[in-house]
Design a protein around this ligand. Structure first.
Ligand code: CP
Ligand code: NVA
Length: 310
């Protein structure tokens, strides 16, 4: 049966732990895997810009002995009206997997339904599963885990506080917290919070999920991980100025970082709008692990591709 990764909830806890363990192995001994996807081809469809996702998937495929074809959507016949269904059926005859970054969730669902090869969501309106999963690998590294100890880890010992928008990245992190049961706190202005039914459902699945529209100093005091993302995601640019005003209290700056645990790590999926959601001072500090996160996108996605294609 073909497998897709549309959102983290497509995976069981056991499958996630297996992927994290494999990521440790691949990162430690990349040469052992260098021919493992020989002859396999991944198509990459981008309807939104990307630096990390594109390069990490391409480089990852090459490092596994396979190849990647980058398809800019403006050069495809979909830009002239060819259907997602016909594109899916055509590409399935040429390549072994398809990664898509697009504006709508429905397009990813449809592509997955109509393709006979695995489809990976490389970011859509509501989800960014590769980001959330590779970030949790970075958390595992910070916690000193390895390919074996990741299976026995007590996830309730992890506390991540996300300060910022209810967007694709924070949604995938919330969903991941409902599977692994780590503590996840979301601090987001009231009018941008996820809808009530999503929040209630997440809370039911993970009692360690909390949300508030306040910057809660007490809640920060033992946070080991602070996470932020842009205030206006791709597609929200028209609202940038209004969002800058509303989110200004939610900036990850030294004052906020000093409220958290001494050993706190600061996370960001990137790209960052320096001076808005995160200051230079924090981003360039020793507490920042943003480039470790960026690098780990590739190691994690190699593990994912290996599992889907081998
Ligand atoms: N974090 C992330 O997905 O980065 P890109 O937009 O550069 O791919
Ligand atoms: N929330 C951001 C993530 C970018 C990787 C966006 O969708 O633009």
């Amino acid at each position: 049966m073909k497998r897709d990764l549309i959102e983290v909830t497509d995976l069981s806890k056991r499958q996630i732990l297996d992927l994290l363990s494999l990521t440790f192995k691949i990162k430690k001994t990349p040469r052992r895997f260098s021919q493992s996807l020989k002859g396999k081809i991944l198509a990459l469809i981008f309807k939104k810009p990307s630096t990390r996702t594109r390069v990490s998937f391409e480089a990852g495929m090459i490092q596994l002995g396979g190849a990647a074809i980058n398809l800019s959507s403006s050069g495809m016949q979909t830009s002239r009206g060819e259907s997602v269904k016909d594109t899916a059926k055509t590409l399935s005859g040429y390549v072994d997997a398809i990664m898509i970054r697009t504006t709508s969730d429905e397009e990813v669902f449809e592509l997955a339904r109509e393709s006979s090869v695995p489809v990976i969501n490389g970011l859509s309106k509501s989800y960014h599963p590769c980001q959330a999963l590779s970030d949790i690998f970075t958390v595992c590294e910070k916690k000193g885990l390895d390919e074996k100890s990741v299976y026995d880890f007590d996830w309730s010992s992890v506390k991540i506080v996300f300060v910022g928008d209810s967007n694709n990245v924070s949604r995938s992190l919330v969903n991941l917290s409902t599977i692994l049961k780590f503590e996840f706190g979301l601090m987001c202005p009231e009018r941008f919070l996820f809808d009530r039914s999503f929040l209630a459902e997440a809370k039911k699945k993970n009692p360690n999920f909390h949300f508030t529209s306040r910057i809660d100093r007490k809640y920060f005091s033992d946070a080991e991980f602070i996470y932020t993302d842009v205030w206006a995601s791709m597609g929200d640019e028209k609202e940038s100025a209004a969002r800058r005003r509303i989110f200004s209290k939610y900036q990850v700056n030294s004052r906020l970082v000093n409220m958290a645990a001494k050993n706190v790590s600061v996370m960001h999926c990137l790209p960052a709008m320096r001076g808005q959601e995160i200051t230079d001072e924090v981003m360039d500090s020793a507490k920042s692990i943003v480039f470790q996160q960026a690098e780990n996108r590739m190691h994690f996605q190699k593990a994912l591709l290996y599992r889907l294609l081998k």
